[in-house]
Design a protein around this ligand. Sequence first.
Ligand code: MG
Length: 159
Amino acid sequence: MKNVPRVGFGYDIHRLTAGRPLILGGVRIDSDRGLLGHSDGDAVLHALADAIFGAIGVGDIGEHFPDSDVRNEGLDSRRIIGAALQETAAAGLIVQSVDVTILAERPKLGPVKEEIRRSLSDLLNLPLEAVGVKARTNEGLGPVGQQQAIACYAVVVVA
Ligand code: MG
């Protein structure tokens, strides 16, 4: 089984609110609003962590880092990725590639998506070419389109 690649999928959405920093993929982004959350609200790292947990079959982020646990308040989401990578290693597996699509109407993420890509490459110990980061709007539709939220989809391959 070890040599058979496994795919994991993750999704997350957080509400945009004033008075919070905007952190996506471990990168602090210039914005007048940030993502509300028990942790730092990093929807990219949460989607990614869920994808990794899913690929190795160990549940989801809510089980590993419950909102009800005060220790997770203001948590740096890079620690969630660290835990997911530890579990991956414990299963004798390695994250081989990741691909994320971030949905944000504002701020425009085009100028920062390479920085996010480098951040994910560092966090996951992956060569840049194994990391995909796409940023798009939601065409003005729904909570993302109305600038009330930022969402992210993530896929990983683990083997
Ligand atoms: Mg989240």
